[in-house]
Structures are given as C-alpha cells and as structure tokens.
Ligand binder design. Structure first.
Ligand SMILES: Cc1cc2nc3c(=O)[nH]c(=O)nc-3n(C[C@H](O)[C@H](O)[C@H](O)COP(=O)(O)OP(=O)(O)OC[C@H]3O[C@@H](n4cnc5c(N)ncnc54)[C@H](O)[C@@H]3O)c2cc1C
Ligand SMILES: NC(=O)C1=CN([C@@H]2O[C@H](COP(=O)(O)OP(=O)(O)OC[C@H]3O[C@@H](n4cnc5c(N)ncnc54)[C@H](OP(=O)(O)O)[C@@H]3O)[C@@H](O)[C@H]2O)C=CC1
Ligand code: HEM
Ligand SMILES: [Fe+3]
Length: 464
C-alpha cells in the first residue's frame, strides 16, 4: 500500500519509542514546559542550570547538572535563557563546538537590538550550529498540549543538517515546523510574537475611511441638506438611520474588494503570459489581506442586521405609524391593502436575510478548516455561486426600493413611487416624475451591476 504523510507523522506520539537526549539550558518557565513535553514524547532531558542543587519543580525523569556537564551529554542544546544572560556561553564556547544550539528567545520590543538574538548567539559561540526555533510557541501552549494554540514552529539556520534535526524534534512534539531559510530570517521570526494584527491594519483603515466617507455623505444629504433648505431638524438620523445605511454599503464595498484583487491578478498573469512572476507589492499585500477584508465586511453586515432589528421599536417609526393611523381616522380615508406592496416589502426583507445567509456561507466556506476539506473545484463552485447569488439578491433588492412601502423609507429624498402615488398632496407632475424614475430603476435589469446600483444610489438626487 502507498505510504501517506499521515503514516510518516503519526497523530499521537508513542512515548514508549525512545528518542535521543536533549539538553535544555535554563530551568525557567519555558525550559520546564519544553522539558516536560520532550519527556512525554520519549526524549531524555538533561537541564543545565546555574544552581543545579536548588532547581525545583522540574519534570520528573529529568536530570539537572551545571551548564558545562549538561552540555557534554547532548549534541542538541536548547537555550531557554533570555538574551541578556547569554554572556556565560562565551566561556563554554569550546565545549559547544559542533553542537546544535537552539535559540528560542524573544524580545520585549521589535528591533530591540541591531542584530537578531540568534545571530548574536552565533557570534558568541562561533563553532556551534545555531538554529532559531520554538519562539512562537508559548510555555502555556506546551503545558496545555498545544491543542488550542498555534502549532507552527518557524525554523531558520545556516546549517541544513542542524535545521533538519530541529524540525524532526518539532514534529515529534506534535508541532508543525516551517523552514524559513538561513539565520538572516531570525530577525523576522523574532518579530512575529510582537506583531499586533499586521494584516488587519489595511482593512481597518480602509473600512474606517469608507465609513467616515459614507457617513459624511449621508449626513450632508439627510441632515444638513434638509436643514439648509427646509430648516428641519433631522439630527436624530445620525444615530440609527445613517449608520444603518453606512454599514451595509461599507460591507458591500469591502466584499467587492475581496474578489477584485483575484481578478486583477488573473489579468496581470494573462498579460505577462506567466504565473511565475511576483505580483507588485501593493497587489501582493492586497491579496494577502483578503481574509481580513472579508471578515470585516461580514462584521459590518452583522451590524446592519442588528440595526435593522431595532427599526420597529424606534420612536420615529412608531410615531409615523401612529400619525398615519390617526390622520386616516380623522380624514376618514382608508388606504386599501396592497397585495403587491406586501409582496415587495416581504421579498425585500427576505432577500436581505438570504443575502446575509449567503454572506455567512461565504465566510464559513472560506475558513481554512472548512476549505481544506473541499477540493479546488468544490471551493470555486461554492464561492462563485454564492457571490453571484448574493449579487442577484442585492440587485433585485435595489429594484424593489422605489416601490417599497417600508416605514423608514420616507425621508424627504425618498419620495418614491408608492409614497408619492399615495400622497394626497402630490400633484400629477410629481406622480409622472415618480413613474419615470420607477421605469428607469426597473430598466436596470440583472445586467445592472452592484457598482451601477451603488452609483445610482449615491447619485440619486434628493428629490428621488
Ligand atoms: C465573509 C468572508 C470571510 C472570509 N474568511 C476568510 C478566511 O477565514 N480565510 C481566508 O483565507 N480567506 C477568507 N476570505 C477571503 C476569501 O475566501 C478569498 O479571498 C477568496 O475565496 C478568494 O477568491 P478569488 O477567486 O478572488 O481568489 P483566488 O482563489 O486567490 O484566485 C485568484 C485568481 O487566481 C487564479 N487562481 C488561483 N488559484 C488557482 C488555482 N489553484 N488554479 C487555477 N487558477 C487559480 C484564478 O484565476 C483566480 O481568479 C473571506 C471572505 C469573506 C467574504
Ligand atoms: N515563557 C514563554 O512562554 C516563552 C519563552 N521564550 C523564551 O525562552 C527563554 C526563557 O524564558 P522563560 O523560561 O520564560 O524565562 P525565565 O525567566 O522563567 O527563565 C530563564 C532561565 O534562564 C536561566 N538563567 C541563566 N542565566 C541567568 C541569569 N544571569 N539571570 C537569570 N536567569 C538566568 C535561569 O535558569 P537557572 O536558574 O536554572 O540557571 C532562568 O530560570 C527566553 O529567551 C524567552 O524569550 C520563548 C517562547 C515562549
Ligand atoms: C438579516 C438580513 C437583512 C435584513 C432584514 C435587511 C433589511 C434592510 C432594511 C430594512 C433596510 C432599510 C434600512 C433603512 O433604510 O432604514 C436595509 C438597507 C440596506 N441593506 Fe439590508 N438587510 C439585511 C441584510 C443585508 C445584507 C447582508 C446586505 C449586504 C451586505 C444588505 C445591504 C443593504 C444595503 C446596501 C442597504 C441600503 C442602505 C440604504 O441606502 O438605505 N442588507 N436592509
Ligand atoms: Fe437613499
């Protein structure tokens, strides 16, 4: 039978299988945790310590010796000591010749020292093969079985045999080693644990920028414009109405920006006639933060769904409904039930809900744990259909807007078809204008893209 990767790297480590001896310098938090994990995985562990007699709480089965004695017991030495205390190694330089020295250290700040800790170590002990590894794994993760933490171990070093040995140890511990090249990469590896959401920065600034832009735009149209022209105070719209417009528009814009770079990349590859050339930096970075863009977009869609839930309990909405009822009673006019309006209003909401469901589906199928279970064709099948269905939901929804009789859709700029037709003071000219507008909207058809609808929405004059 053909041998698979899974056969080579069993999921659980058989601790009865004897591995070699590993020496760990330092009996601190990390040294102890790594030692315990190694013992569990079948290694013999020898600790090197400044005070071997007073070292306490060490994992059972491990030996503690002074540094020089411990070093003589193994070819592989893990240095679980902070960089500031490395000087003692200079004295041991002779006994460390030819050994594999694993630097696990991290710093307090990014670029704290001119050279990486691992390169500094290589200068201190020139005869040893220094390998950077394990610095992204926390002592806590080692103790808790690494089940709920990252398993990736970034490994770099100038000696490939030494690097291979370290990668083997990582695999035996149930971790996933990733070869990052020569020791020059140590600086970057040491910066990983100190980074604060680097891939989230661009999506964060972009979505903040979009929100501010749409918010100001809507505030001008819905608050400042009515105030300047009719002295009406609509400032209350700043709290729910406008955010509930800004959030879904931002969500859709971000969603478009998740799929746009893939198209640009495909065009660029066709133009260049090869896929083996690096994308320009801006495109590369854009491609890499699509996951974050997608999740931020989903967050905004969530916000929109929650804001929509509160519409019926808003004072403004209840006031309008009450007023409409009283006016009808006083003027003794009833407004007959319109089946088509009910249809449109319901399908409008249903499309919103379906759109939201598809958004979630897109997010779920993009999760690596889910997408890893499907092949490329299956992934494309779901992604392409979901995006297209969402487009259709959205376009259909847009087409419904002018005829929807939703209570909140009646700020002055939203004198849409129905509200104008049912407005007793609307003259025939205004009704004809509303009919014209409606026919323009309906002619958009399925070919009208999201962007065109969005433009129409943005450019629609306040009298719409
Ligand atoms: C709500 C939401 C949540 C998301 N969450 C995540 C997440 O958790 N993790 C995550 O990684 N992403 C996530 N994303 C991002 C999203 O899954 C991907 O960015 C998206 O699937 C990329 O699709 P694409 O077709 O644009 O690009 P790609 O699949 O990168 O394709 C780009 C282009 O390159 C070509 N191409 C690429 N690969 C191949 C291939 N193997 N064979 C042939 N041609 C190829 C195709 O022409 C394609 O058009 C999320 C998105 C959303 C909306
Ligand atoms: N804790 C963690 O989660 C992680 C830690 N690391 C790295 O592992 C290394 C050790 O971290 P950690 O175990 O948390 O630190 P601790 O302070 O808990 O332990 C450091 C150990 O270094 C030894 N040491 C040697 N010389 C000195 C000295 N002059 N002064 C003080 N201690 C000395 C001591 O052992 P002894 O008394 O036996 O000599 C001490 O226990 C660091 O480089 C850290 O960046 C990396 C990833 C995660
Ligand atoms: C739970 C599902 C949803 C429901 C019930 C819903 C309902 C609504 C309602 C009632 C409005 C009108 C708000 C107002 O004018 O005060 C609205 C607006 C809007 N919705 Fe949704 N929606 C849902 C999901 C979505 C999703 C997933 C998107 C796409 C990201 C979306 C995009 C929009 C857009 C762009 C607006 C227009 C803002 C405007 O110009 O007024 N909706 N939605
Ligand atoms: Fe509008």
């Amino acid at each position: 039978m053909e041998k698979t990767c899974a056969d080579e790297f069993p999921l659980t480590v058989d601790s009865s299988e004897k591995q070699g001896v590993v020496c760990i310098f330092g009996t601190g938090d990390f040294g102890k945790s790594l030692g315990l994990k190694m013992l569990q995985c079948g290694y013999s562990v020898v600790f090197g310590s400044r005070n071997p007699q007073v070292s306490s709480l060490l994992p059972r089965g491990a030996e503690v010796l002074c540094y020089s004695e411990a070093a003589s017991r193994s070819d592989v030495i893990v240095l679980a000591v902070h960089r500031e205390h490395y000087d003692f190694l200079a004295e041991l330089a002779d006994s460390l010749k030819g050994r594999v020295l694993i630097d696990v250290s991290n710093n307090q700040k990014m670029n704290q020292y001119p050279e990486s800790n691992a390169e500094y170590l290589a200068q201190l002990v020139p005869g040893a093969h220094v390998v950077k590894a394990f610095n992204t794994i926390s002592a806590w993760a080692l103790q808790s079985g690494t089940l709920d933490a990252s398993r990736q171990v970034f490994v770099c070093g100038n000696d490939s045999k030494a690097k291979d040995r370290v990668m083997d140890i990582a695999r035996t511990l149930g971790l996933t080693p990733l070869d990052q090249g020569s020791l020059v990469a140590a600086k970057e590896i040491e910066n990983y644990p100190l980074q604060l959401f680097p891939m989230w920065r661009f999506p964060f600034y972009l979505s903040s920028g979009l929100c501010v832009f749409f918010f100001v735009y809507c505030a001008i149209r819905e608050v400042i414009y009515p105030y300047v022209t009719g002295k009406t105070d609509s400032t209350y719209r700043l709290v729910v109405s406008i955010p509930n417009r800004v959030f879904p528009i931002t969500a859709l814009t971000l969603l478009a920006l998740v799929y746009l770079p893939g198209i640009l990349a495909a065009i660029l590859q066709l133009y260049r006639g090869t896929k083996y050339r690096r994308f320009p930096n801006w495109l590369d970075h854009w491609m890499l933060c699509r996951k974050q863009l997608g999740l931020v977009a989903l967050g905004f869609a969530f916000l929109h769904a929650i804001y929509t839930l509160v519409i019926p309990i808003r004072y403004y909405v209840r006031w309008r409904l009450r007023n409409a009822t009283i006016t009808q009673a006083l003027t003794n006019k009833d407004s007959p039930f319109s089946s088509s309006t009910a249809w449109l209003s319901d399908s409008y909401l249903a499309l919103g809900i379906l759109g939201f469901f598809l958004f979630l589906l897109l997010g779920i199928t993009s999760l690596p744990s889910v997408s890893n279970m499907v092949n490329w064709r299956e992934f494309r099948f779901v992604q392409v259909r979901t995006v297209v269905s969402q487009d259709i939901c959205w376009i259909s929804w847009r087409k419904h807007i002018p005829t929807t009789h939703f209570p909140t859709l009646k700020p002055s700029h939203k004198r849409t078809h129905n509200t104008i037709i049912s407005d007793p003071v609307a003259g025939p000219q205004e009704q004809a204008a509303a009919d014209r507008t409606l026919s323009i909207w309906l002619r958009q058809g399925p070919a009208g893209s999201k962007l065109r609808s969005l433009n129409l929405l943005m450019l629609a004059p306040p009298s719409l």
